[in-house]
Design a protein around this ligand. Structure first.
Ligand code: ADP
Ligand code: MG
Length: 361
């Protein structure tokens, strides 16, 4: 068993009526990026402040390096970590001075600090801004400086609270990519809190789903997104098709599930007769208009149906198809035009047995 760098045991934190946070157990392992996702108000920031020893829980323990931290040694232990918030919180000084602030607090001599700061500004792509006044930076640049200021400390754990939330989409995407490369190259142990599930999907090795102050699922990232344990988690991680079904039986390595009068083949094991919810991510459903034609495909499920709704968003267009049950497919704007997708259009929806997963009903 690998020892956790940072852990919570039976932690509770109450603000008003209910518990804002109730976490029986959470471990952060060396070198991993742990994503914490959940809706606004679910307790993510509270969890991160408790992990960072910035706030004491009402009950339970915060364990750093295998040892429970008490109020007396919290200040010293806090130095093993570095935190970056949504707001970069830069002082009215130069970029280099800001990036070196933490080192100065820790008494690192200027001659030693300068090359370390220069190296981290370089790695975050803001070396050219070193002499600039921090107040003149754009949001993305300022957040890069705040990250340099944290990473230059070489913290045992890096704690990030919605560090990309204040940024526009292209700036955010570039920073997610650059930071991900750095964290993975250096194997920086990181806890990343975000309400944007895509950021966690892009960066995290494991993901904790927090809802109403409770951990609903803690799993490898792929499992949280492709095998959510409950309907609530499924909806939060972007599973848009969630329909009631009944397991018919198992044959040739797939499970047959009856849904809305159709029989789906699902690559999951479940007992015959079981009532389940079938979850399918929209990006896993392909739409074709070759109705009636026999198209050879390795995808096990091909269902003919009628488009009932087409809704465009910034990332993809989501098409709701009635195939005996409501099925959502994500397609590009180009496909909408080429396939003539509009309410009333007849289409065939195709997805693999492995794209469908089962949640106990
Ligand atoms: P998140 O970061 O997921 O949005 P928070 O941890 O900020 O959630 O908040 C969780 C709950 O605790 C919310 O209901 C919030 O209103 C409450 N809360 C957070 N901080 C405080 C505080 N300092 N005083 C009182 N209530 C708080
Ligand atoms: Mg928050």
């Amino acid at each position: 068993m690998i020892a956790a760098v940072l852990a919570l045991r039976d932690v509770r934190r109450r603000y008003s009526d209910g518990y804002a946070l109730d976490v029986p157990s959470l471990d952060v392992f060396a070198g991993e990026i742990l994503g914490v996702i959940g809706p606004n108000g679910s307790g993510k920031s509270t969890l991160l402040r408790i992990l960072g020893l910035l706030e004491r829980p009402d009950a339970g323990q915060v364990i750093v390096g295998g040892r429970a931290v008490d109020a007396r040694d919290a200040l010293a232990e806090r130095r093993r970590m570095a935190t970056v918030f949504q707001e970069p919180l830069l002082a009215d000084a130069s970029v280099a001075d800001n990036a070196g602030l933490g080192l100065r607090f820790r008494g690192v001599p200027a001659a030693e600090a300068a090359p370390r700061v220069a190296r981290w500004l370089e790695r975050l792509g803001v070396a050219a801004l070193a002499g600039r006044a921090a107040r003149t930076l754009s949001g993305g640049e300022a957040q890069r400086v705040a990250l340099a200021r944290a990473l230059v400390l070489e913290p045992e754990v890096l704690l990030l609270d919605e560090p990309f939330s204040g940024l526009d989409a292209p700036t955010r995407a570039a920073l997610v990519t650059d930071l991900g490369a750095i964290l993975r190259a250096d194997r920086v142990t990181t806890v990343l809190v975000t309400h944007e599930r895509g950021e966690a999907q892009a960066l995290a090795d494991r993901v904790a789903v927090l809802m109403d102050g409770r951990l609903r699922q803690l799993d490898d990232t792929a499992r949280v997104f492709y095998a959510p344990v409950s309907e609530e988690v499924a909806r939060f991680v972007g599973v848009e098709t969630l329909v009631a079904g009944r397991v018919l039986g198992r044959e040739a390595g797939v499970t047959a599930v009856e849904v809305g009068g159709r029989v789906l083949e699902v690559a999951a094991v479940a007992a015959a007769g079981a009532r389940v919810r079938v979850g399918i991510r929209p990006e896993d459903v392909t739409l074709t208009v070759a109705e009636g034609a026999r198209v050879a495909s390795s995808a096990r499920n091909a269902l003919d149906g009628t488009v009932t709704r087409v809704s465009a968003s910034t990332h993809a267009t989501h098409v709701l198809v009635d195939v005996g049950f409501p099925l959502v497919a994500a397609v590009t704007a180009r496909s909408v035009n080429e396939l003539g997708l509009r309410p009333g259009a007849r289409v065939r929806a195709v997805f693999k047995a492995s794209a469908a997963h089962l949640i106990p009903a």
